[in-house]
Design a protein around this ligand. Structure first.
Ligand code: NDP
Length: 399
């Protein structure tokens, strides 16, 4: 019987709260806190059991500490924005509460996509005997755990990893992002990067394009992007030679994005408009559909997984581990589309692992450093079943 404090009442926060509420044997008391308490109350009203709500500015460590000291949670799930990672980690350290998030720390004024500042908490969490679990959404999150699970059960060494993220959903708008537009567009408009033979190789944004035939979705264009799990996997997967990340985008999405980039609407740096300092990207976020509003309109599936290529007992082997998630079924269950669902369900399952002692440790961990087995045993019944397909090691599906 444990108390969970959830910070952030957006798309993912809604799923996390629903899933915690569905598991009263693990999460006996829930508090959902966010910048705007009305959003917490709206989520609370969807549930069949009562929860507490609170207002908190998660950029303010003292305010977080006060909330934690009054609610006294056994674990904190941070699903506000990546800008709040460091303040929330600091508050967890000060109060001795275990921490879990789904995205690496981001600077509000410059996208860096790196774990450096969160890994810098290693010594303090270790000394305090406290645990921080980083990146426990889908990607990062499930994809890292698929790699750890593959390494434990299917390979002696993994040499190549391709992470494939496909969204076959259609929300009917000409252009909208499936999660926070500011975070999403920063990620996509950045230079591409992948890890090969001990060094990072850089590409122009969306320069490398392939096609891939996804189960449940069909053939889609996929683009090579940098994604944060590449950094930790390159360090933690023994024998790794290459890791790449691929995401699907429709021609319609790419055309809109190119136009917005060309006219400066994806810039973060504020500009002066009639005496007001306005960041074009934040303005764009304000005019685009709220990702939370896409839920009831989105049809189709997501398919996210990893292709692992390596060696077992001296023989080359290639396997594909993936999950398919249906947007409409997700909405039926937790009032959110599949992107938020596939992020929130691993976060709740990771928090369960921490509360029940199946994930234990002192320090800061990326999820591939933790035992994948109890997590994989639980994640199917939590809503994200997976499949393992043996591939021909001599055939390159991304050629
Ligand atoms: P949303 O923008 O929908 O929600 C963010 C929530 O955080 C909002 O309720 C927002 O409040 C709140 N918030 C923002 N700033 C503060 C603050 N200073 N103090 C308190 N609350 C604050 O985002 P998502 O739900 O889509 O994403 C949540 C997290 O999940 C992000 O970190 C995102 O990067 C991550 N993510 C991870 C994925 C993965 O697979 N690993 C995939 C998708 C998302 P308000 O409503 O007032 O704006």
């Amino acid at each position: 019987m444990s108390k969970v404090l959830i910070i952030g009442a957006g798309g993912v926060g809604g799923v996390v709260t629903h899933k915690c509420a569905q598991n009263p044997d693990v999460f006996s008391e829930i508090c959902l806190a966010s910048r705007n308490e009305e959003k917490c109350k709206a989520i609370a009203a969807q549930l069949s059991r009562p929860i507490q709500t609170a207002q908190v500015d998660a950029d303010d460590v003292d305010a977080l500490v006060a909330l934690i000291e009054s609610f006294k949670p056994d674990v904190l799930i941070h699903v506000a924005l990546p800008y709040q990672d460091l303040t929330i980690m600091e508050a967890c350290l000060r109060t001795g509460v275990p921490y879990l998030d789904t995205a690496n720390y981001e600077h509000p004024d410059e996208a860096k996509f790196e774990y450096k500042e969160q890994w810098a908490f290693q010594e303090r969490f270790t000394k305090a005997g406290n645990m921080a679990t980083l990146g426990c959404g889908f990607d990062p999150g499930m994809t890292n755990i698929y790699c750890a699970y593959g390494l434990k059960h299917y390979f002696d060494e993994i040499h190549r990893i391709d992470i494939l993220d496909a969204n076959g959903g259609d929300h009917g708008y000409p252009f909208a992002t499936n999660f926070n537009p500011e975070i999403n567009i920063r990620e996509i408009s950045a230079k591409g990067r992948y890890w090969e033979k001990g060094e990072w190789k850089e590409t122009a944004p969306l320069e490398i394009k392939k096609t891939f035939d996804f189960d449940g979705i069909g053939e889609k264009d996929i683009y090579l992007l940098y994604h944060e799990e590449l950094e930790s996997l390159a360090q933690n997967i023994k024998g790794i030679e290459r890791i790449r990340f691929w995401m699907t985008f429709s021609d319609k999405y790419i055309t809109h994005l190119k136009v917005l980039e060309n006219v400066g609407m994806t810039d973060i740096e504020p500009i002066n408009v009639n005496g007001c300092e306005i960041s074009p990207l934040q303005f764009l976020k304000a005019v685009l559909p709220d990702p939370a509003s896409l839920g009831p309109r989105t049809k189709g599936k997501t398919n996210i997984g990893v292709i692992l290529d390596g060696v077992k007992d001296g023989q080359r082997r290639k396997i594909y581990i993936y999950n398919m998630c249906d947007h409409e079924k997700s909405y039926e269950e937790v009032k959110s589309q599949a992107i938020s669902y596939t992020t929130g369900v691993p976060a709740v399952t990771g928090a369960m692992m921490m509360l029940q002692g199946q994930w234990k440790g002192e320090g800061v961990f990326n999820v591939e450093q933790l035992d994948p087995d109890p997590f994989m045993d639980r994640i199917g019944e939590m809503g994200l079943p997976w499949q393992v397909v043996e591939l021909d090691p001599d055939h390159d599906p991304l050629a």
